[in-house]
Design a protein around this ligand. Structure first.
Ligand SMILES: [Zn+2]
Length: 676
C-alpha cells in the first residue's frame, strides 16, 4: 500500500501511455543495466539490475540505494532550492514562504542547536519529574502526546471501517521503543545486536539526564523490562492484518473496564477531544496488559519511561550528543555507517511537518499540468484491463463478478496534487529551537486530526504530499492516489522511454499494483463505498483464500538474508498486488502498437523490455541490516523478492526469456500462483 520506512515499497509512476517508441535509443537504461553473466531464468532481478549494482556502491550514509534514491536526489535538490529561496525572500510573517524559510534556518543552525543541548526540552522533562503518581503522569503524557511524543499506546483518528462516512477515534497497541514486538524476543544474532544497541542507548540517555552509571543502568533495565511486558501483550505483524479481529468498537465505559487505571474521560479531554461516544480498540488484550503495568510498575519507572521516550522522539532534532546517541542505536537497524547529510534529514522532517506547504511551491515550479491528464488516462487503461481479467476468471461466480465490476468502476483516482490545499495559517514556525518547531507542527497535526471527529469525512484529502515518491490505495475511500513526485525520471526525458519500458515500470509496478490492492486479502473485504462489508459469496471467498494461501506459502519459502524467512502472511497483500499489477500491465501492453509491431530495441523484444522495465522499478541494493529490519517490520518484501517472487507465476515471463525446467526460477504449472 504505502512505502515502508525505508523506501522499499515505493511504486514508481513516471510515464505516459502515448510516448512514441524509440528504436535503438542512445541511452537505454534497460540494456545498460543488464548483467549478462547471470541467466534471466536463474535470477531475473540480478540479470536485469546486476550491471548497475556492480558499478554502484551504497553510500556510507545509506541503508540501501536504488531507483527511489535516484529519483529523490533530484527532488531533494529542488526542495533545497525552494528552502534557500524562501530564506532569501524575507517573506511576510505568517506566509508559507516565511514558514519554510524559518523552518530551514532553525534546523540548519547547528551552532545554536548544539549550544542549547537538552535545554529546549527542559520544560517537558521538569514536568515529568514533578509528577507524583500515575494520574499526574498521565496528564503530562497526554500533553506530550499532542506534541507528537509517543507513549503507552497508539491513538489516532481514522475512518470507521464499518461506516466510511464517519471518522472514529482508534486505539492500537504501541508504547515500544524498538520497531515492534519481535525485537524484544528473537534470539538470532542480528536481532540480538539491535536489542543490545538499544539497551546501550537507554543507559547513555539516562547518563545524559544526569544519573550516575549504576543508576542509569538500573533505570535502563527497568524501562526495558516494562517495554518487554508491553511487547509480550502485542500482536504479531501478521495478526494485525485481519480488519475484523482488529476492530473492537466500545463506549468509554467499556474502555474503562479494559484499562481502569486510566481515567479515559480525562485523558480524552486532555488531548483536546470534548465529545466522544465510542472508540475502536484494535487489540483489547494489550489494554488489559497495560492496565496491569500501570497498577504494578513503580511511578519512578514510569517517569523514566516517559523521559526516555521524550528524548527518543526528539533526538533527530536535537544537539549532536543527543543525536549521536540515537544514531548509534538506529544504525543497528539500517546498517548505515554515518548519518545522512543534515540538509536531507531536515527536508525529511520538513516533509512531515509542513510537506503540503512545500508541495504548493514544488508543483508550481516543477509539475507539468498536462501530466495530470496523461496519467489519468493510463489509470483507465489498467482499469479496463482489470475488468477483462475479472470477466475471464474461472474461479469466481457471476454474481460476485458483478459486484467486483462495481467496485472497480467506483475506484476514484487522485493524480499529481490535491485540488484543495491544507491551510497552515494557524501554525507558528519561527527561527527559535528546531525541536520546538517540530513540536508545534506535531501539535497542529494533532488538532487537525482531532477536528475531523466533528466533521463529515473529507474524501478530497490527500495522505501524501505532491512531491512524495510513492503511491497508495485507501480502502476506506476506495481510491488510488498517485503524487506528482513519482513523475520524475532520473536523468531521462519521456521521449527517451519506449512503451514496453513504461508499461512495466509505471503501469504494472504502480497503477496495476495500487488498483489490485482494492482486491487483495484486506482490500477485497471493503465494498465500493469503502465499508468493511462482505460482498463475496462463501465459495468465491474460499477460492480466493485458497489462492492467497498459495502465495503465502510461496513467499514463506524465501530467505532474503541469513536464515530469515519472508513473512508470507504479513506480506500477502503486497505480493498479491505485485502479481496482479504485472498481469494487468501485460494485458494492457498487448493492446499497444509497440507490442504488436514486435520490433526489438537494442536486441530486446517488447515483452523482454516490459519485464526489464518492471525490474527497473525495483532496482535496489540493500544492506543486510536493512533487509533484516524490513522482514521483521514491513508488510512489503525486499526489492529482489518483489521481482523474482511474482515473476515465477507468469507464463509470459517464461515465454519472453525461454525459461525451461532446470532453470532456478522455473516452476511447474501446478506450482504457479494464480489469483487475479
Ligand atoms: Zn502496495
Amino acid at each position: 500500500m504505502k512505502k515502508s520506512f525505508f523506501f522499499a515499497s515505493i511504486c514508481i509512476l513516471l510515464y505516459a501511455c502515448n510516448t512514441p517508441s524509440v528504436k535503438n535509443s542512445k541511452v537505454d537504461i534497460l540494456s545498460s543495466n543488464i548483467d549478462s553473466t547471470i541467466k534471466p531464468g536463474d535470477d531475473f532481478f540480478l540479470y536485469a539490475n546486476g550491471g548497475w549494482i556492480k558499478r554502484t556502491p551504497i553510500p556510507a550514509s545509506e541503508s540501501g540505494w536504488g531507483i527511489g534514491n535516484l529519483v529523490m536526489e533530484e527532488n531533494y535538490t529542488r526542495l533545497k532550492k525552494i528552502n534557500e529561496d524562501a530564506v532569501a525572500a524575507k517573506a511576510t510573517e505568517g506566509s508559507i514562504t516565511q514558514k519554510i524559510g524559518d523552518f530551514w534556518q532553525s534546523a540548519m543552525d547547528t551552532i545554536a542547536i548544539n549550544k542549547a543541548g537538552l535545554a529546549p526540552l527542559k520544560n517537558d522533562l521538569d514536568k515529568i519529574n514533578a509528577t507524583k503518581n500515575i494520574v499526574e503522569l498521565l496528564e503530562v503524557a497526554a500533553e506530550l502526546k499532542t506534541k507528537g511524543i509517543k507513549f503507552f499506546f497508539n491513538d489516532y483518528v481514522a475512518q470507521d471501517d464499518k461506516n466510511s462516512e464517519v471518522m472514529a477515534f482508534r486505539l492500537d497497541q504501541g508504547g515500544l521503543g524498538m520497531p515492534n514486538r519481535d525485537y524484544y524476543f528473537k534470539t538470532d544474532p542480528r536481532t540480538t545486536a539491535v536489542r543490545n544497541a538499544y539497551k546501550t542507548y537507554l543507559v547513555k540517555t539516562f547518563k545524559q539526564l544526569g544519573n550516575v552509571e549504576a543508576l542509569a543502568q538500573k533505570n535502563a533495565d527497568a524501562v526495558f523490562l516494562l517495554e518487554t511486558k508491553l511487547a509480550k501483550a502485542s500482536r504479531k505483524l501478521e495478526d494485525t492484518r485481519d480488519p475484523y479481529t482488529n476492530y473492537n468498537k466500545m463506549d468509554i465505559a467499556g474502555l474503562s473496564k479494559l484499562t481502569a487505571a486510566i481515567n479515559w474521560n480525562n485523558f480524552i479531554k486532555n488531548i483536546g477531544i470534548y465529545k466522544l461516544d465510542s472508540v475502536i480498540v484494535g487489540q483489547p488484550e494489550f489494554y488489559t496488559a497495560l492496565n496491569k503495568e500501570l497498577t504494578t510498575t513503580s511511578i519512578d519507572d514510569w517517569k523514566n519511561y516517559l523521559q526516555f521516550h521524550l528524548i527518543l522522539g526528539s533526538a533527530r532534532y536535537m544537539d549532536i550528543v543527543t543525536f549521536n546517541n540515537y544514531f548509534d542505536y538506529s544504525k543497528s537497524l539500517s546498517g548505515a555507517d554515518s548519518p545522512r547529510p543534515r540538509w536531507k534529514r531536515v527536508l525529511d522532517a520538513e516533509e512531515n511537518a509542513i510537506g503540503e506547504a512545500l508541495g504548493q511551491l514544488f508543483v508550481k515550479e516543477y509539475f507539468d499540468e498536462t501530466a495530470k491528464k496523461r496519467y489519468s488516462n493510463l489509470v483507465e487503461v489498467i482499469r479496463a484491463a482489470y475488468k477483462e481479467r475479472i470477466a475471464h476468471l474461472t474461479w469466481m461466480s457471476d454474481s460476485t463478478k458483478l459486484k467486483a465490476y462495481h467496485k472497480l468502476a467506483a475506484i476514484t483516482k487522485k493524480v499529481g496534487y490535491p485540488d484543495k490545499w491544507k491551510d497552515f495559517s494557524t501554525l507558528q514556525i519561527d527561527k527559535r529551537p528546531y525541536v520546538l518547531n517540530i513540536q508545534r507542527a506535531n501539535k497542529w497535526w494533532h488538532q487537525y486530526n482531532i477536528n475531523k471527529l466533528t466533521k463529515p469525512v473529507d474524501r478530497t484529502e490527500w495522505d501524501m504530499t505532491p512531491q512524495t515518491y510513492n503511491a497508495y490505495y485507501n480502502p476506506g475511500n476506495n481510491e488510488m492516489v498517485l503524487p506528482a513526485g513519482m513523475f520524475s525520471v532520473p536523468g531521462m526525458k519521456d521521449a527517451d522511454l519506449d512503451n514496453a519500458f513504461v508499461y512495466g515500470y509505471a503501469a504494472a509496478s504502480t497503477i496495476g499494483h495500487e488498483i489490485t490492492h482494492g482486491f487483495d486479502d484486506q482490500g477485497r473485504q471493503y465494498d465500493e463505498a469503502g465499508n468493511l462489508k462482505n460482498w463475496w459469496n462463501k465459495q468465491d471467498a474460499a477460492q480466493f483464500n485458497k489462492r492467497a494461501k498459495s502465495i503465502i506459502e510461496q513467499f514463506n519459502e524465501m530467505v532474503p538474508v541469513d536464515t530469515l524467512h519472508i513473512n508470507g502472511n504479513a506480506t500477502q497483500g503486497e505480493n498479491i498486488a505485485d502479481l496482479g499489477g504485472l498481469l494487468l500491465g501485460i494485458d494492457a501492453f498487448k493492446k499497444t502498437a509497440a507490442f504488436k509491431k514486435e520490433e526489438k530495441i537494442n536486441g530486446l523484444t517488447p515483452m523482454q523490455r516490459y519485464f526489464l522495465g518492471y525490474a527497473y522499478s525495483w532496482m535496489y541494493e540493500e544492506r543486510k541490516e536493512r533487509i533484516s529490519s524490513q522482514v521483521l517490520t514491513d508488510v512489503h518484501a525486499p526489492a529482489k523478492e518483489r521481482v523474482n517472487g511474482p515473476l515465477v507465476n507468469i507464463p509470459a515471463f517464461y515465454e519472453a526469456f525461454g525459461i525451461k525446467a532446470g532453470d532456478k526460477m522455473y516452476r511447474a504449472d501446478s506450482l504457479r500462483v494464480n489469483i487475479w
